[in-house]
Design a protein around this ligand. Structure first.
Ligand code: SME
Length: 151
């Protein structure tokens, strides 16, 4: 299925009022991981209350030890302070990177804004080298906007 073709399914999940927020977020992770071959770990991190750190939310993929990530640390922590998309074609070329699994080759992190404030992010790891294009960025920005509407 194309990324474009997944958009209506994202909308259906977000609008499913019979599911809790965390169930809906998990269902988005499942939809993406199951339908995009190069999305191998898909999860959400959110600002942990008023602390300068991210806390792991719903995710699909191998369990990670990195359930708390301080702002500024790793790809995720850098996005928490930069407010910018971060596309990493080759994780081995990054100094400030937190490895979760040796199979991961690339990563993309897109921030989620609510009322202009960066409150979290979607994080995707890929076992394929250099798989992400601007199409992934535009699609994941769409996903983050949809999610922001229910936070
Ligand atoms: N690689 C991330 C850590 C989170 S895991 O990918 C699940 C980072 O460098 O921030």
């Amino acid at each position: 299925m194309s990324l474009e073709g997944l958009k209506p399914q994202v909308e259906l999940i977000v609008r499913d009022e019979t599911s809790s927020l965390d169930e809906r977020l998990l269902n988005i992770c499942k939809l993406l991981e199951e339908n995009v071959p190069y999305y191998n770990w898909v999860g959400f991190y959110f600002k942990n209350g008023d602390k300068e750190e991210l806390k792991l939310g719903p995710y699909v993929g191998e369990p990670t030890d990195h359930t708390i990530i301080p702002f500024g640390k790793g790809i995720c922590g850098q996005v928490a302070v930069s407010n910018q998309n971060f596309v990493v074609p080759d994780v081995s070329a990054q100094d400030n990177y937190i490895a979760c699994s040796i199979t991961v080759k690339a990563e993309i992190v897109i921030p989620i804004f609510v009322d202009g404030e960066n409150i979290g992010q979607i994080d995707i790891d890929s076992n394929t080298p250099d798989p992400f294009t601007s199409e992934d960025e535009r699609f994941l920005e769409f996903v983050c906007k949809e999610v922001a509407a229910i936070l």
